[in-house]
Design a protein around this ligand. Structure first.
Ligand code: SF4
Length: 133
């Protein structure tokens, strides 16, 4: 995998668009807003692009499609999806787990009878769920 990462780095890495191995990613830069599919995207060992390490949904394969086409598709799917925040989730017992993380919210939404975040994001997040289905 290292040679691929180095090849992608040499071709695409800029100050605004970083290519790096997940295990070397500086998690301190995430700042409670995961950026699923907008600020970050993961390419797995089978070259499938996923919006987040915690989401198994495949949004493309960088062998079959140009990397930037997959990035644009992922950005479009996730555009406008907000992360769980105090205003929507402050009263929920799952808030500490979901706060700022879309993947955690998608995982935890079924454990509460009323996931206000999902109600508010449903139309936007449905585009992602349709791709995953
Ligand atoms: S389960 Fe839903 S309402 Fe509760 S904190 Fe998570 S996203 Fe917010």
């Amino acid at each position: 995998m290292r040679p691929l990462i180095e090849r992608l780095k040499s071709k695409f890495d800029t100050d605004d668009f970083r290519i790096e191995a997940l295990e070397t990613h500086d998690l301190s830069t995430i700042d409670h807003a995961c950026g699923t599919g907008i600020k970050m995207m993961v390419i797995d060992p089978d070259f499938n692009a996923r919006p987040c390490p915690m989401l198994m949904c495949k949004l493309g394969n960088v062998i079959d499609e140009p990397l930037m086409a997959v990035v644009r598709k992922t950005n479009t799917l996730m555009k406008g999806v907000s992360t769980p925040c105090e205003a929507t989730c402050g009263q929920c017992s799952n808030f500490s787990a979901c706060r700022g993380y879309i993947a955690a919210a998608l995982t935890n939404r079924d454990s509460t009878s009323n996931c206000l975040w999902f109600e508010m994001q449903e139309k936007r997040i449905q585009r992602l769920l349709d791709v995953v289905a």
